[in-house]
Design a protein around this ligand. Structure first.
Ligand code: ADP
Length: 605
């Protein structure tokens, strides 16, 4: 991956990581403070509602106490009525038991009670402004109705026995037919004379409760004892749902936020607020949405800045890369121009210095090379000129020495004859040396002219073998030729190839001790032929195998020193193979000697 992309990825990863950490922190903080806010909001709303309800009920209590419980008019009337109904209670008790509940207003069996002044007084109270009184009933201490605004059920049928509870508790409140009841005992000079009960229309009292709302899901519930009396009208669940939530209890659950507000200890009611805390999640969602929007914008800006910054950082590096590539191609005059004022600039300066030194060194090297070339050319010229000049006199010397040795020009004794033979032998060696020098000089200077032609490799090799056979036989060496059934015809320069091969076979015979073997092999591989010359001589140590192809190089060994040689044969062979598009290498033979392998194209030239 390119450095620029790596840097961009680094920038973006840092941004995303920072963002995610922040967003989680923000969500946590918002959620935490939201819950707290919701709880506090609930407490405030609940307290206000409770105060308003309690206030209304207190007004009721004060009213009841002023007009009924502590009123001397009521007490007097009660005493009067008590006397009148005693008879009734005693005589007609059975009748009451059976028929009271079936009676209606049109046929009042107790006109006395219904129309007595106390009942009328009570009726008058019903229309008191500001209070929604549904019904009032005053009974004696046994629950027998003395005065009422509506005929109450028979005390014998009334399971609630509210008067008894009122007397026992000193106050009693409860629910009767969707009305809230408040009951108080009435004392006259500390003597219990009866009980009063006022039934209040809940609707009027609980209007604020009914209309209560808190957010989208906040609802209020009014209980007396364990009985659910009223839920605010936005409550969508059933009573069962309500009690289920209540059972789970606790002030805060994941899905419900619950708060219980108990009333004044003398009253048994409770106010309960319930709310779904997830309601405000939309605030959170909108915050998160906004944050994400902002994030995307900043991400975009960051990527742009990242790209710019990465480019700013990597551009000098690209220049350096280009510079290095140019150096590799040998263009040393190019210099870096980087002004970043940092380590990259120092690096560029160092590279410039290096390039400058390299350029100088290369220049010097070039000059040196030129000089060497010139010297080498002069040397070649000199060698070829000298060799050329040597060749004719040497040939003449050889010929004369041979002629003299025959005795045709005058008699020579045995001693003289031997010397003359030695002269001609050594002059022939010198001629070979001169010839080799001339060949190498021609090959190196490119003056060698090739003559490509098609010929049979088989015939060619058979001829070579035949020519070398006497030499081998002379040294008691077995020279053999191993050829496959099919061998291609070659397009090559037979003269050059012959010269190359002669050197190899000559060496093989020269370095192989008597009773040894020299084998010439050939074969075909794809578009090439291989010619191998293997011997059973001393072989060539691996570290010498490259060096022997250099001019004048001879392996420093006894048998080599003893043999005649110039060290030019193999270098001539290699140069010859170059012009034939071929190659030569040397390996160790199977029998410990050496194998020289020539590879040649079938169709060269
Ligand atoms: P020359 O034979 O005149 O010494 P060459 O260039 O032909 O020069 O060979 C270089 C050297 O390589 C030889 O002196 C000899 O040490 C080594 N060499 C060449 N051919 C063989 C061979 N067949 N076996 C062992 N050594 C060899």
């Amino acid at each position: 991956m390119r450095l620029q992309n790596k840097l961009i990825i680094l920038f973006v990863s840092i941004l995303i990581l920072t963002f995610l950490t922040n967003i989680f922190l923000v969500i946590f903080l918002i959620r935490h403070s939201l819950t707290r806010l919701q709880q506090e909001e609930m407490i405030i709303a609940g307290e206000m509602l409770r105060n308003s309800l309690e206030g209304k009920i207190r007004t009721f209590e004060i009213f009841i106490k002023q007009h009924l419980v502590d009123s001397s008019m009521v007490k007097n009337q009660m005493k009067d009525l008590e006397k009148k109904v005693r008879f009734f209670k005693e005589e007609k008790i059975l009748y009451l038991k059976e028929n009271w509940s079936a009676l209606d207003n049109s046929q009042p069996p107790f006109p006395l009670l219904l129309n007595n002044p106390l009942s009328k007084y009570l009726k008058g109270l019903l229309s008191t402004p500001g209070l929604e009184i549904g019904e009032i009933v005053i009974t004696d201490k046994d629950g027998f109705p003395l005065a009422f605004t509506k005929i109450p059920p028979s005390p014998l049928l009334d399971k609630e026995k509210w008067w008894k509870k009122t007397i026992n508790l000193g106050f009693y409140s409860g629910i009767v037919e969707d009305k809230l009841s408040f009951s108080y005992p009435i004392f006259d000079n500390q003597k219990l004379i009866g009980v009063v009960r006022v039934l209040a229309d809940i609707d009027g009292i609980f209007k604020p409760l009914k209309l209560f709302s808190l957010g989208k899901t906040g609802t209020a519930h009014f209980l007396i004892g364990k009985k659910l009396v009223l839920s605010s009208s936005n409550w969508k669940g059933s009573k069962l749902d309500f009690f289920r939530i209540l059972e789970k209890g606790d002030y805060q659950k994941k899905e419900w936020l619950l708060r219980i507000f108990p009333s004044h200890p003398s009253l048994e009611w409770k106010l309960i607020l319930i709310k779904n805390p997830q309601e405000e999640e939309y605030i959170l969602t909108s915050v998160i949405k906004n944050v994400f929007k902002q994030f995307l914008i900043s991400l975009l800006i960051f990527i742009l800045i990242g790209i710019y910054f990465a480019r700013y950082l990597t551009t000098p590096l690209k220049h350096i890369e280009k510079f290095a590539n140019r150096l590799a191609k040998g263009r040393l005059s190019y210099r870096l121009r980087i002004n970043t004022g940092d380590e990259i600039e120092s690096l560029a300066e160092a590279l410039n210095t290096m390039a400058q030194k390299l350029e100088k060194a290369m220049k010097a090297l070039k000059e040196e090379k030129e000089t060497i070339k010139k010297v080498s050319e002069t040397k070649s010229l000199f060698l070829s000129a000298v060799s050329h000049e040597f060749k004719t006199p040497l040939t003449i010397i050889t010929n004369y020495a041979q002629l003299l040795a025959t005795g045709k020009l005058g008699e020579v004794n045995e001693e003289q004859k031997n010397r003359l033979i030695k002269i001609s032998l050594h002059s022939r060696y010198l001629i070979r040396l001169v010839e080799n020098l001339l060949n190498l000089s021609r090959l190196e200077s490119g003056e060698w002219e090739t003559q490509f032609q098609e010929f049979s490799l088989r015939n060619f090799l058979e001829e070579v073998k035949q020519e070398f056979s006497p030499l081998a036989k002379n040294k008691n060496i077995q020279l053999s030729l191993e050829l496959p059934a099919r061998l291609p015809r070659l397009l090559s320069d037979p003269y050059a190839l012959r010269l190359a091969l002669d050197n190899l076979i000559e060496n093989a015979i020269k370095f192989t001790p008597p009773k040894g073997e020299v084998i010439i092999k050939a074969g075909r591989t794809d578009s090439k032929v291989r010619i191998e010359v293997e011997d059973t001589g001393p072989g060539i140590p691996p570290e010498e195998r490259e060096k022997i192809f250099e001019p004048f190089y001879r392996v420093d060994r006894k048998e080599v020193r003893k043999s005649w040689g110039t060290g030019l044969g193999l270098s001539i062979t290699r140069e010859l193979l170059k012009i034939l598009d071929g190659e030569i290498e040397v390996r160790e033979g199977k029998k410990g000697g050496s194998v020289f392998v020539i590879t040649l194209p079938i169709k060269g030239g």
